[in-house]
Ligand binder design. Structure first.
Ligand SMILES: [Fe+2]
Ligand SMILES: [Fe+2]
Ligand SMILES: [Fe+2]
Length: 476
């Protein structure tokens, strides 16, 4: 029989529809070559994850912080998929935690050490991710689609998200990297290209060139900058002038204006990625699933912040001028506690959110307000806590070893944190302006209501009471 005379029965698509018989007869990668390339892809996802995480907290621009949260999540997930796939084909040790090539390592070190945000964007979105996309496409084109279908499939899924990251990156670079800056980065750009060439391409598909490796920015590993930064729309980041929880839980106030406080609380969750990123960056040698889980939660917290942002826009409230989103929580935790203590506080606060008075109450408030959007936001904000509680149990509680002790330790760490209303005031960092009446008045104007005098008069700050409504204790 001539191979090209072969027909499936009834002329149905052959090979489960994956590809043609002709294509499936091609010689693709050996398992050895396939594993070697997948290990390179894996390394790229893993290093990019680390770069997004390490740069997130100190990045001032909110939109970039949010994108770094998402892109870190994508990279952690794909790295996990690649680890599983290599594990399907090879017995341990898999060598997944070993640097696959010295030049490739310097390439990513240089990105991590990029001195300014625009250089970072340029390196990640114009060098690393395009090389990764090419490598994935090359794998899909070269491997035998039938014989190596599981790898083909993973590459196909990854391409969808790499393309999305590149799309964001191209737009961000176009807005943030003016031509003179691009020209100034010419030498670095050439170095990055040279490093990739020496590595034999990101995936090692070209010949490797050995020899001494030059570094421009990464001669010294950059320190992790744990101080959160915000862009110019966050005009008063030490403001603790409006106690959101005390208002929400006060039954004398009606539910509708409480949606504003809910959106405020959601947008303020931007401080959780800022804090979680430093836990992830400073916690080494955990199984990769730890980074996957923690980064997923980090992305959820970023999503919650964006839900608040959209909620304000939808309600016709310009949060930039009417609301003061602070960073006192992430700043205090990042500068006063070690990573395990920070995780303990996060766990302690989150496990306190699940009882009747926490997330359920916020959702009920959203429903009772008649604002369908607030109800939807709170529905998912609550649901996401189910996963976060599981992540806390799996990684924090297990590290402590005992559920009761884990809660006590979280409480103790949280009580030690000094978020000092008075000292921020004394240092002139804020006047703790009560922004509520103006925001509420504007909301009433947009809605065409007359302000309720009791709601308008709300003036409880965080001076005496911490966010979980326990009295603030001093650091001593
Ligand atoms: Fe949260
Ligand atoms: Fe949330
Ligand atoms: Fe959470």
């Amino acid at each position: 029989m001539e191979p090209n005379s072969y027909r499936p029965l009834h002329d149905l698509p052959p090979l489960a529809g994956i590809t043609s018989i002709d294509d499936a007869m091609r010689i693709g990668f050996s398992v050895e070559d396939c594993v070697a390339r997948l290990k390179r892809h894996h390394w790229a996802f893993r290093r990019l994850h680390g770069i997004f995480i390490q740069r997130l907290t100190a990045e001032p621009i909110y939109e970039l912080k949010m994108a770094f949260s998402l892109h870190a999540h994508y990279c952690a997930e794909h790295a996990a998929a690649w680890r599983r796939r290599v594990g399907e084909m090879r017995e341990p040790p898999l060598g997944l935690d070993a640097v696959p090539n010295a030049a490739l390592e310097v390439f990513f070190d240089e990105l991590l050490a990029a001195p300014e945000t625009d250089a970072l964007l340029f390196g990640v979105y114009e060098h690393a991710l395009p090389a990764l996309l090419e490598a994935l496409q090359r794998h899909m084109a070269a491997t035998n689609r039938l014989i190596d279908h599981p790898s083909f499939r993973l590459c196909r899924f990854a391409v969808i998200e790499v393309v999305e990251m590149l799309d964001f990156g191209a737009k961000a670079v176009a807005r943030l990297l003016p031509p003179p800056r691009r020209a100034a980065l010419g030498e670095w750009s050439a170095l990055l290209q040279d490093l990739l060439q020496r590595a034999g391409g990101l995936d090692g598909s070209a010949p490797v060139r050995d020899g001494p490796l030059r570094r421009l920015y990464s001669a010294q590993a950059p320190a992790l900058d744990k101080k959160p930064r915000r862009d110019e729309r966050f005009v008063d980041p030490f403001n603790m002038g409006v106690h959101a929880e005390a208002f929400l839980y006060d039954e004398k106030f009606p539910p509708a204006p409480k949606t504003l406080m809910l959106y405020y609380k959601r947008l303020r969750e931007i401080d959780v990625p800022e804090m979680m990123a430093t836990i992830i960056a400073e916690t080494r040698d955990k199984p990769w699933d730890y980074y996957v889980d923690m980064t997923r939660q980090l992305w959820d917290e970023a999503r919650h912040a964006m839900m608040g942002e959209v909620g304000f826009v939808r309600a016709g409230i310009d949060w930039r001028t009417l609301v003061r989103i602070n960073f006192t929580w992430s700043l205090a935790l990042n500068t006063q506690l070690n990573p395990l203590e920070r995780h303990a506080v996060l766990y302690f606060i989150e496990q306190g959110l699940m009882p009747k008075t926490g997330k359920r109450f916020e959702w009920e408030t959203g429903v009772a307000s008649g604002d369908e959007y607030a109800a939807m936001v709170q529905d998912y904000d609550w649901a996401d806590e189910v996963l976060h509680a599981r992540i806390g149990r799996d990684w924090y509680v297990k590290a402590i070893g005992d559920a009761r002790k884990a809660v006590e330790y979280g409480d103790a760490c949280w009580s030690r944190v000094l978020i000092d209303w008075q000292s921020y005031l004394a240092a002139g960092l804020t006047r703790h302006e009560n922004w509520w009446p103006a925001a509420y008045r504007e909301w009433c104007r947009v809605q065409g209501h007359t302000p309720d005098p009791a709601v308008l008069a709300y003036a409880t700050s965080y001076e005496q009471v911490r966010a979980d409504l326990k009295p603030l204790t001093s650091s001593g």
